[in-house]
Write a protein that binds this ligand. Structure first.
Ligand SMILES: Nc1nc2c(c(=O)[nH]1)N[C@H]1C(S)=C(S)[C@@H](COP(=O)(O)OP(=O)(O)OC[C@H]3O[C@@H](n4cnc5c(=O)[nH]c(N)nc54)[C@H](O)[C@@H]3O)O[C@H]1N2
Ligand SMILES: Nc1nc2c(c(=O)[nH]1)N[C@H]1C(S)=C(S)[C@@H](COP(=O)(O)OP(=O)(O)OC[C@H]3O[C@@H](n4cnc5c(=O)[nH]c(N)nc54)[C@H](O)[C@@H]3O)O[C@H]1N2
Ligand code: SF4
Ligand SMILES: [Mo]
Length: 693
C-alpha cells in the first residue's frame, strides 16, 4: 500500500561534521521530494547545505547502480554484464576462499571509509575483517593530524558546546571553510555577529566563501599557522593580556611557555606567515581583550606535514587568554571523543587480533603496487572488498593507486551507489542502498546529538545495504559472529542500549539525544583529560591518547612547545609554488560529483593563481597549464585569483579524474608519506611547478 505524502525524519549520512537532522518529504514508498533541516534541532536549526536539500536528484539518479555486475572487458574498461546476487556472492566467496588458501587470510584487504557515517553500515565491514583475520585497515585519510594535535593539548577530543558560538563575542574560524564544508558553524557564528556584534576572524590560505564574511580576514601562507599562533601568544604575554591566574591553575608550564615565546615575535611570524606585524598584533589584542573568544578549529590546516603541531599551537591561545572559563569562550574541534558509543558488536571487537597488520589506508597506492614498507614486510594484497569510499579519486599518489587497481592478479569487489572511478576498476560491482533505504544510527563530530535514521523508503532496484552484503559474504567465507545473524535494526538497538542511549524505538520517537557534557566538563573546569588535569602547552607527542598504530613520520624533531615546525613540502627552485587541494562547496569529497545540480555549480576543474604569478608566467584566465611535481603532472585550466598570497595555488575539488584533460586528477600531485606523529595524508601541502602549455 502506498503511504500518503508525509514528512519523515532522518539524518544526513555523509562525511560531514554537521550530521544534520533532516525532515524528508516522502512522496510514496519509493520516492522522496525535498529535504529540509530540522528546525527544532538546536544545532541543525533548520539549515542544511544545498547539495543535500536536492537529494532527490541523487537517490533517484538515472545512473544509480541497481544490479550486481561482473566485469567482461579489461580492468577499468567499464564493460560489465548484469549477474544475479547469488552468482556474485558465490564468485566472491570462492575467490576469497581460494586466495586465503593460497596466500593466507592477510592477502585479503577489506577497505572502507565514511561514505555513510551510520555506525552499522560504515563499520560492519571491520567485523568481517576481524573474524576472518584479513589484513586490517589503519584509518588515516582524514583526522589523524587534527586529532593528535588537539588531544596533545586537552587530553580529550571534546570542547566547548559548539552552540555556544552564538554567545561568543569573537568567533575565530581557523582552517575550516565552514560555509562550504559544515554550514551550521556559520549559523551559530553569524547569530553571535548579528545578536551581539561579535567579531568574526577567519584564518585561511585563500579568500574562500567563509573568509569573505570575516571582520578580520587573516590570509596566511600554507603551513604557517604555528608561527601565527606563537606570535599571538608572544603579544599576549608581552602586553599583559595573558591570564596568569587561569594558567597557573589549569596549565602545565606557563613560565616555560613565556620564556619559549620571547623570540617568537610578530616580526618573526610576519616573515613566515606573510601577514603584516599590524595584522598579527590586532588579532592578538582582539582575542586578548575579548574573554568570550571561541576558537573553531577545522581540519584544513592540519592537512600539512606540520599539521599536528599547528593544531596544538592554535589550541594553546585560549589556554593563554583563559577564554575556556567563559560561556562562548574556549575551543572546539570535534566531539568525537564525547560520545560513549559501544562499538564492540558492530566492529566485532571480540574477534579483533591486533597482531595482524593494519595497513595504512592512505598508502593504498603503495600497498597495491607491492611497496615492502607499506606492506609491513608481509605478503601482497590479492583481493579487496570496498565499501563507502572511492580511493581511485580521493587517495593520494594516484599514479600508484591506478597502477595497483589495474593489476590483473588483484580481485576487486566494490559495493557502491554509483559507477565511481573505483567501481570501474572492479571485477564485481554490487549495488548499495542509500540512507533512506536502510536503518542506522549516527553522531556528528561537529555537535552533540546521537541520532537515528530509520528506513523510510524501499531500496531502489536490487540494492542491498552494507550490512546485508557483509553478512552474505561472511556466510560464504565461513565467518562466524552473532551480528552476522542479526538485522541492522537489532544491531543498532543493541548498540544504543549498550551505549546508554535508549533503544531503537525510543530514539525514533525522540529523533535525537543531546549528549553535551555539562559546562564545567566541556570547558575542562574540572581539569583537562590528562592525569595531571592540566592543559599541556608542552606536547608529549609520543603518548597522545588518540588513534595510534605506532609512531610515524619525523616525531623526533617535533617541538614540544608550540612553534613553527618547518617540515612542510616547501617551494624550491624546481617547484616554486605551493598547492592546496581544498574541498569544493557542491561536492563532498568525490560524492555529488555525479549529480546535475553540483556539476552545474562547480563547472570544470581549475587552479587559482595569483595575478602577479600569472603575469610572471605569461598566463591568462582560462589558459591551460601543466602542473606537476615528483609524483606526476596533469593539465588544468587557470583562474586568476587575487585572494591568495603569491606562490600559493588552490585547486578546489574533488572532480573526477575523468573531468581532467589527461584523465589524471588532482591527487596525482598529493603525497602518501605518513605525517607525524600518528600518520595521515598532507593533502594541502604540495610543492609544484607550473608551465603554460
Ligand atoms: N562541500 C564539502 N563539504 C565537506 C567536504 C567536501 O569535500 N566538500 N568534505 C567533508 C570532510 S570528509 C571533511 S574532513 C570536512 C573538512 O572540512 P574543513 O575542516 O573545512 O577542512 P578542509 O576543507 O580540508 O580545509 C578547510 C580550509 O583550510 C584551508 N587550509 C589549507 N591549508 C591550510 C593551512 O596551512 N592553514 C590554514 N589556516 N588553512 C589552510 C583550506 O584552504 C580550506 O579553505 O568537510 C566535510 N564537508
Ligand atoms: N585532494 C584531496 N583529496 C582528499 C581530500 C582533500 O581535501 N583533498 N580530503 C580527504 C578526506 S578528509 C577524506 S575523509 C577522504 C574521503 O574520501 P571517501 O571516503 O572516498 O569519500 P567520498 O568521495 O565521499 O566517497 C564515498 C563513497 O561512498 C559511497 N557510499 C555512500 N554511502 C554508502 C553506503 O551506504 N554503502 C556503500 N557501499 N557505499 C556508500 C558513495 O557513493 C561514495 O562513492 O578524501 C580525502 N581526499
Ligand atoms: S551540511 Fe553536511 S551534514 Fe548537513 S546536510 Fe550538508 S553534507 Fe549533510
Ligand atoms: Mo574527511
Amino acid at each position: 500500500m502506498t503511504p500518503q505524502k508525509h514528512i519523515a525524519h532522518s539524518v544526513c549520512p555523509h562525511d560531514c561534521p554537521s550530521a544534520c537532522a533532516l525532515d524528508v518529504e516522502v512522496v510514496d514508498n519509493t520516492t522522496i521530494g525535498r529535504l529540509k533541516g530540522a528546525k527544532d534541532n538546536t544545532y541543525t536549526a533548520g539549515v542544511i547545505c544545498a547539495k543535500v536539500a536536492r537529494y532527490a536528484e541523487r537517490i533517484h539518479h538515472p545512473d544509480r547502480l541497481l544490479y550486481p555486475l561482473k566485469r567482461v572487458g579489461t580492468k577499468g574498461s567499464n564493460q560489465f554484464t548484469r549477474i544475479s546476487w547469488d552468482d556474485a556472492l558465490d564468485e566472491i566467496g570462492s575467490r576469497f576462499n581460494a586466495i586465503e588458501a593460497e596466500h593466507g587470510a592477510t592477502g585479503i584487504w577489506p577497505y572502507n571509509y565514511a561514505g555513510t557515517m551510520g555506525l552499522v553500515m560504515r563499520d560492519g565491514l571491520k567485523r568481517l575483517t576481524h573474524t576472518k583475520k584479513y589484513s586490517r585497515q589503519y584509518d588515516t585519510i582524514c583526522t589523524n593530524m587534527a586529532w593528535s594535535g588537539y588531544v596533545a593539548g586537552t587530553g580529550k577530543l571534546g570542547g566547548a558546546d559548539p552552540r555556544e558560538m552564538a554567545k561568543s563575542d569573537c568567533v575565530v574560524i581557523w582552517g575550516t571553510n565552514a560555509v562550504a564544508t559544515q554550514v551550521n558553524v556559520m549559523t551559530h557564528a553569524i547569530r553571535a555577529k548579528k545578536e551581539r556584534g561579535a567579531k568574526l576572524v577567519v584564518v585561511d590560505i585563500y579568500q574562500n566563501d567563509t573568509m569573505k564574511q570575516a571582520d578580520m580576514p587573516l590570509l596566511i601562507r600554507p603551513g604557517s599557522d604555528g608561527a601565527l599562533a606563537c606570535a599571538v601568544m608572544h603579544v599576549l604575554f608581552r602586553d599583559g593580556l595573558a591570564d596568569r591566574a587561569y594558567m597557573n591553575k589549569y596549565t602545565d608550564d606557563p613560565a616555560g611557555l613565556g620564556m619559549h615565546l620571547q623570540t617568537r615575535t610578530p616580526q618573526w611570524a610576519s616573515a613566515i606567515t606573510g601577514l603584516s606585524i599590524a595584522e598579527i598584533e590586532a588579532f592578538a589584542h582582539l582575542v586578548g581583550t575579548t574573554k568570550r573568544s571561541f576558537f573553531r578549529l577545522g581540519y584544513g590546516f592540519s592537512r600539512s606535514r606540520n599539521g599536528a603541531v599547528n593544531m596544538h599551537a592554535a589550541l594553546c591561545i585560549p589556554a593563554v587568554t583563559g577564554a575556556w572559563g567563559f560561556e562562548g569562550g574556549g575551543a572546539f574541534h570535534s566531539n568525537s571523543g564525547v560520545f560513549t558509543w559501544d562499538r564492540s558488536l558492530i566492529e566485532g571487537h571480540d574477534a579483533r587480533d591486533t597482531s595482524i597488520r593494519a595497513l595504512d589506508q592512505s598508502q593504498i597506492g603503495r600497498v597495491l603496487t607491492g611497496d615492502r614498507q607499506a606492506l609491513q614486510n608481509g605478503g601482497a594484497i590479492h583481493a579487496m572488498l570496498i565499501q563507502n569510499t572511492n580511493p581511485m579519486s580521493v587517495a593520494p599518489e594516484q599514479t600508484l593507486v591506478r597502477q595497483g587497481f589495474e593489476r590483473d592478479d588483484l580481485f576487486t569487489v566494490v559495493h557502491e551507489q554509483f559507477m565511481t572511478e573505483t567501481a570501474k576498476m572492479a571485477d564485481i560491482v554490487l549495488p548499495a542502498t542509500m540512507f533512506l533505504e536502510h536503518d542506522d544510527i549516527y553522531s556528528g563530530g561537529g555537535h552533540q546529538h546521537a541520532q537515528i535514521g530509520p528506513k523510510i523508503i524501499e531500496p531502489a532496484g536490487e540494492c542491498w545495504s552494507n550490512h546485508e552484503v557483509v553478512s552474505a559474504i561472511a556466510a560464504r567465507v565461513g565467518a562466524k559472529h552473532q551480528a552476522f545473524d542479526m538485522s541492522a535494526r537489532e544491531i543498532a538497538d543493541w548498540t544504543l542500549q549498550h551505549s546508554g542511549y535508549g533503544t531503537f524505538e525510543t530514539l525514533v520517537e525522540k529523533r535525537w539525544l543531546d549528549i553535551q557534557p555539562p559546562f564545567e566538563e566541556s570547558h575542562f573546569l574540572n581539569g583537562f583529560g590528562f592525569e595531571n588535569k592540566k592543559f599541556h602547552f608542552k606536547a608529549d607527542w609520543v603518548s597522545v591518547p588518540t588513534k595510534n598504530n605506532g609512531l610515524m613520520g619525523d616525531v623526533a624533531t617535533m617541538p614540544d612547545f608550540p612553534d613553527h615546525w618547518d617540515t612542510t613540502e616547501n617551494a624550491d627552485v624546481k617547484h616554486p609554488f605551493r598547492l592546496a587541494t581544498s574541498p569544493a562547496r557542491s561536492f563532498l569529497n568525490s560524492t555529488f560529483n555525479e549529480t546535475p545540480g553540483s556539476i552545474k555549480k562547480e563547472g570544470e576543474p581549475t587552479v587559482m593563481l595569483h595575478p602577479d604569478d600569472a603575469a610572471s608566467l605569461d598566463i591568462n584566465e582560462d589558459d591551460i597549464i601543466r602542473i606537476g611535481n615528483q609524483r606526476g603532472d596533469l593539465r588544468i585550466k587557470t583562474r586568476i585569483f587575487a585572494g591568495v598570497q603569491r606562490g600559493v595555488v588552490i585547486a578546489e575539488g574533488l572532480f573526477p579524474n575523468e573531468a581532467h584533460l589527461d584523465g589524471r586528477g588532482i591527487n596525482t600531485l598529493t603525497g602518501a608519506d605518513q605525517v607525524a606523529p600518528y600518520g595521515g595524508a598532507a593533502f594541502h601541502d604540495n610543492h609544484v611547478w607550473i608551465v603554460k602549455v
